[in-house]
Write a protein that binds this ligand. Structure first.
Ligand SMILES: NC(=O)c1ccc[n+]([C@@H]2O[C@H](COP(=O)([O-])OP(=O)(O)OC[C@H]3O[C@@H](n4cnc5c(N)ncnc54)[C@H](OP(=O)(O)O)[C@@H]3O)[C@@H](O)[C@H]2O)c1
Length: 272
């Protein structure tokens, strides 16, 4: 099925991935791009993020284009996150889970980090992706159709100084997605680990990055939707990002490879 959003041709299989899509981290950046594209294709949406205002603004925008949208202001780092999101999804059929939230906002030597920092990274990415994939994936496998997209990072291919929890959590996400893909595929459910490189998002802007060379959030979301059935891993952003993943995947000489190819250390930065 093809539909149109600002002149683009989009195609999403509603029978396979509908009627509802749940976008965790769906208020801005790549998550908002997913939401706009999926709404334009006729999916109903549940959008989750922490800040209520951007969720409400996006929901209003999509509703003016006739989309049915529910929102939930929930922190994925909270131990009852799944329970709170289930409160708005238990009466609907979620055929597509996009777990996008998970950027890193604090950098520093692991042993100097406040434990709340690494606990949050692990809660949002490792625990959150596991719990949401377990709950929504079980229902999809039972129905024999659906899709799960879990956001990763090129950082998940190699440990990097000042990013130990983040690189470790994204490595978990990739390997976890691969296993899930192998298990769920035969049950009719597509699983895709969406590996992002440097991408222009409000979160990156708030961290002070120069986004001139960053990929467009919109194009990254489109790549994921185009390749959702071609898991287990899609590296967005073209051949240069696939080359980075290759360099970071080398088996022999890891010490040398980390010195040459890991994301460079950066002064600790805190979210504004
Ligand atoms: N941008 C890049 O350069 C880049 C590079 C590699 C990988 N990635 C990956 O791509 C994904 C999206 O990154 P992003 O740059 O857009 O930043 P992000 O901070 O993950 O924000 C994306 C969305 O997630 C929500 N969110 C963030 N933390 C949340 C939490 N604890 N609970 C609930 N919702 C939360 C945000 O809204 P609220 O702030 O209101 O909660 C926003 O809607 C992440 O998984 C990230 O690791 C990004």
């Amino acid at each position: 099925m093809a539909c149109d959003l600002r002149g683009e041709d989009l195609s999403v299989n509603l029978e396979k991935y509908g009627p509802w899509a749940l976008v965790v981290g769906g208020s801005e950046g790549v998550g908002a791009a997913f939401a706009r594209k999926l709404a334009a294709c006729g999916l109903r949406l549940v959008l989750v993020a922490r800040k209520l205002r951007p969720l409400e603004e996006l929901a209003d925008e999509l509703r003016t284009r006739s989309a049915e949208v529910r929102i939930a202001s929930v922190d994925m780092g909270a131990s009852n996150a799944l329970q709170r999101v289930r409160a708005v999804t238990d009466d609907i059929e979620v055929g597509l889970l996009i777990y996008n939230a998970g950027a890193n906002s604090t950098r520093g030597n692991f042993v100097e980090l406040d434990p709340s920092v690494y606990r949050s990274v692990i809660a949002v990415t490792v625990v959150g992706q596991s719990e949401f994939a377990h709950h929504y994936g079980a229902a999809m496998c039972h129905r024999g159709r659906g899709g799960i997209v879990l956001a990763g990072s090129l950082s998940g291919y190699m440990g990097a100084p000042s990013l130990a929890p983040y690189t470790g959590a994204k490595a978990f996400s990739r390997v976890f997605s691969e296993a899930l893909w192998a298990e769920c595929g035969p049950m009719g459910v597509d699983v895709l680990h969406l590996c992002l490189g440097f991408t222009a998002t409000p979160a990156m802007a708030r961290l002070g990055y120069d986004l001139a060379t960053a990929a467009h959030a919109d194009l990254v979301a489109q790549e994921a939707l185009d390749h959702i059935a071609e898991g287990p891993v899609w590296i967005a952003g073209g051949p240069q990002n696939r080359e980075r993943a290759r360099q970071r995947s080398i088996v022999d000489g890891r010490a040398q490879a980390i010195r040459a190819h890991a994301t460079p250390a950066r002064e600790p930065v805190s979210r504004n």
